[in-house]
Design a protein around this ligand. Sequence first.
Ligand SMILES: Nc1nc2c(ncn2[C@@H]2O[C@H](COP(=O)(O)OP(=O)(O)O)[C@@H](O)[C@H]2O)c(=O)[nH]1
Ligand SMILES: [Mg+2]
Length: 188
Amino acid sequence: MDIKKADFIKGIRGTDPITDSDTPQIAFFGRSNVGKSSTINMLVNRKSLVKSSGTPGKTKEINFFNINDKFLFVDLPGYGYAKVSKTEREKLRKLILWYLRETKPVERILILVLDAQVGLTDYDKEILDIAIKRDESVVIVLNKIDKLNQKKKKIAYDSVATQTNFPVLMISAKSGKGRDLFFETVFE
Ligand SMILES: Nc1nc2c(ncn2[C@@H]2O[C@H](COP(=O)(O)OP(=O)(O)O)[C@@H](O)[C@H]2O)c(=O)[nH]1
Ligand SMILES: [Mg+2]
């Protein structure tokens, strides 16, 4: 996909008209450090549209980006960052669940980003359970596959694919591998 435009619109912490806009939303979920921000930057071919790594403070909001005036990328805060206080973590969890349950976009696809070496955690399963109950579209992305050899990639893929009926893709935000497949799958 040719990205002609990728602009930050705004970050929100609660009710805002943008959540219910009629522009399709592609929303990135996943634990802290799995590479959500890096993945978005790779997909839009920008080095730092989204601030990535080392700045957990930056990700307390749900950030919206306008892509090609056609759809929105939504970067959700990462859940489970160890250095964040329990109260703060609970707040983020509530914000993420609020976006998932209470907002009503006309069209939305959830992208659940996992670290290929870690696979599905309880947090990811909680997100998937809610998505299934709400009949949301989901694509699971196994990131950081540049760190795995062929054999480990297969193990990582099988372990996740046997636990879900959603499409599972393998990508590397670092090398760009899987970018075309991502857009094909999401816009199929
Ligand atoms: N090797 C490798 N490292 C990655 C990849 N994607 C992200 N990272 C690194 O993982 C860390 C967390 O990435 P970030 O995008 O900030 O994760 P986020 O918290 O989910 O948004 C950073 O140090 C990234 O450079 C990848 O595909 N391969
Ligand atoms: Mg991030």
